[in-house]
Ligand binder design. Structure first.
Ligand SMILES: [Zn+2]
Length: 611
């Protein structure tokens, strides 16, 4: 799912995101002030591409081993390889500025721009500090990865890891139990608070060395538009969908009130532990609680998968088949040999699903602890989307082997997941017959609990971090500010006040792992925009939510055209290649859910809305 991926940390550091701050560039002078020439620029790019590829492979291998076998040694080795990659990335990003005034062929200029804006973190100039920073990141990720909640201080089997807690959050309907494990998981991040504050300081020093006011400004600077314009664009997209979210929030709150009574207020925020997810970013798990009455139950894909005794590897095969049906080449043998599909019994691993591209060409892999359920079925499609994207751009220069912007990488697999319709499941033999249109409202509600409920969370994680990096939120306010944003955007609140000693943002993987989060928000918006365009291409005449592009070579062609562009052009060009549109548009998502909005508003009549 959206939150369950990330490219390797090193990848994020080296090549993530697209580039080209669209700050008005004046016509280049005939000769650069630095005296550099176009020939030197070419040589520089050749060196950078070769060296970054070499370090990339080293960091990816070390990162893969660390994540599939967590020990102090693998952690140290991954940190070392990562440090080398981050340092080189930082060095090249800085050196690229030497060619700012030089007239270059467009492809070389693009590479320079991508390089300059490619960093998720930038090493501080003092070597000891650079080393300290990468050590902090590796140790924060490991602390998170091996985090456990041990109720009553009992150790051993009684301790719950994130997998077990996730399961309880999803399945338990006992409010005390839910609250206990929710609070329990949020104890694992308490020791991270100090490290995180130290990391913020070091990371800002690195950003400053590159000329950015802080790390957050650096993150916002990689979207082919000025950083402030990007922030405004996110607001614009959210405003397009806020009314829809309010309708969903109102409906869900009133159904939860029916179930849990006074624990859920009739007006006001929804308690954080009752939405089926540790971070309230996905409400699918409480579908049974809020399912429409008098509407036939939506079929359960989980039940179908379990009944068929589907093995995790078979679920991945089904995902691969979707891509081959569109005209993509099957995955290489190494994918099947080297991926991690299930949780090993005898060692600590990072279960958080991720897609890898070890040699930046064909050695693609996924790392997951697959459970046989519909959520992981979707996640597999998502992770494979990364892998097929990675292969499609594998022939470009290393610097350009990336998605058009980081939201694009996350959107591709999710786009295909929208095509996992009942008709599609019938086609691949997982369902005997598709339910008729009367089941649509159930399916749409389920989809909204996943995709729409995510949006405010997808927005607030970086709202919080941008302000943390800029210093607007001081360490003493980390937790308070987090919950202020949770309230404002999501309309959720913890069951009781959370003190400043807690570090609740750190209980979300992407914070200790320093993975930017806006990409998941963008991905959510883009996936519907992509789906609308591909549905058109596939000749769908049904409403958007009933269209599957499975088997459409024509849609596949269109998709491939965009994937192969990698980061070689600004993202509006890539968006245009697939959709014919140059602006991100949340209207496609609103269209998709329009029938649900009408239905929700009928259910909500006379009920208080908002919080
Ligand atoms: Zn992903």
């Amino acid at each position: 799912m959206y939150s369950k991926h990330l490219l390797a940390l090193a990848l994020a550091a080296i090549v993530a995101g697209s580039a080209l701050i669209a700050r008005a560039q004046t016509a280049p002078p005939a000769a650069s002030p630095s005296g550099a020439t176009a020939a030197e620029a070419r040589q520089f790019l050749e060196d950078a591409n070769r060296e970054l590829l070499r370090l990339w492979i080293g960091a990816s291998r070390a990162g893969w081993v660390q994540g599939t076998y967590i020990t102090p040694d693998t952690e140290a080795m991954a940190a070392q390889a990562n440090e080398a990659a981050v340092n080189a990335g930082t060095r090249y990003a800085k050196e690229a500025r030497r060619f700012d005034g030089v007239t270059l062929p467009p492809q070389d200029r693009r590479q320079m721009d991508v390089l300059k804006n490619s960093l998720t973190m930038s090493a501080p100039p003092i070597p000891e500090e650079a080393e300290a920073m990468t050590r902090l990141v590796a140790s924060m990720e490991s602390t998170y990865g091996s985090g456990k909640y041990c109720p009553d201080n009992v150790t051993g089997d009684a301790c719950l890891d994130i997998e077990e807690i996730t399961k309880i959050m999803a399945e338990s309907r006992n409010p005390e139990r839910l609250r206990d494990v929710w609070e329990g998981w949020h104890t694992i991040s308490v020791p991270l608070k100090k490290d995180y504050a130290a990391f913020v300081t070091l990371s800002n020093k690195g950003a400053a060395a590159l000329g950015y006011p802080d790390t957050g400004a650096m993150w916002r600077g990689k979207y082919d538009m000025p950083p402030d314009a990007f922030a405004r664009d996110l607001d614009r997209l959210w405003e397009q969908l806020r009314p829809l979210y309010l309708s969903l929030h109102t409906y869900v709150r009133s159904r939860l009130h029916e179930k849990y009574g006074a624990a859920v207020p009739e007006r006001g925020p929804i308690p954080a532990h009752l939405l089926g997810n540790l971070w309230q970013q996905d409400w699918t798990n409480i579908y049974d609680v809020v399912a429409p009455a008098g509407v036939p139950p939506a079929f359960s894909l989980t039940d179908r998968l379990v009944a068929r005794k589907m093995e995790p590897v078979e679920m991945v095969k089904v995902g691969e088949r979707f891509f081959t049906s569109l005209g993509f080449e099957p995955l290489p043998k190494t994918f099947w040999d080297r991926s991690m599909f299930t949780k090993p019994r005898d060692r600590e691993v990072v279960c958080h699903a991720s897609a890898w591209d070890i040699d930046a060409v064909d050695d693609v892999r996924i790392r997951m602890c697959i459970d046989v359920n519909d959520e992981d079925f979707t996640t597999i499609h998502h992770e494979l989307g990364h892998n097929f994207y990675q292969r499609a751009y594998g022939t470009l220069p290393m610097i350009l082997r990336d998605s058009a912007n980081d939201g694009f990488h996350e959107a591709v697999g999710d786009t295909l997941a929208l095509s996992v319709t009942p008709e599609y499941l019938v086609k691949i033999g997982l369902l005997e017959s598709a339910p008729d249109a009367s089941a649509d409202m159930g399916l749409l509600l389920k989809s909204a609990l996943e995709r729409l409920a995510f949006l405010p969370f997808g927005l607030l994680v970086d709202q919080w971090r941008w302000q943390v990096f800029s210093g607007k939120i001081a360490p003493s306010d980390y937790n308070r500010a987090w919950w202020d944003l949770k309230l404002r955007y999501q309309g959720v609140a913890p069951a009781s006040a959370r003190g400043d000693a807690f570090f609740d943002p750190g209980a979300k993987y992407h914070v200790p792992a320093n993975t930017p989060y806006s990409r998941y928000f963008l991905a959510r918006i883009l996936q519907f925009q992509f789906h609308r365009a591909l549905a058109r291409e596939a000749g769908c005449t049904t409403p958007l939510h009933r269209c599957s592009i499975y088997g459409s070579r024509q849609a596949g062609q269109r998709l491939k055209a965009m994937l192969e562009m990698g980061a070689s052009k600004p993202w509006p060009d890539a968006l245009e290649a697939l959709t014919g549109e140059r602006q991100m548009d949340a209207g496609a998502m609103a269209d998709y859910f329009a029938p649900l909005k009408t239905w929700l508003d009928e259910q909500n009549r006379g009920k208080p809305s908002g919080w």
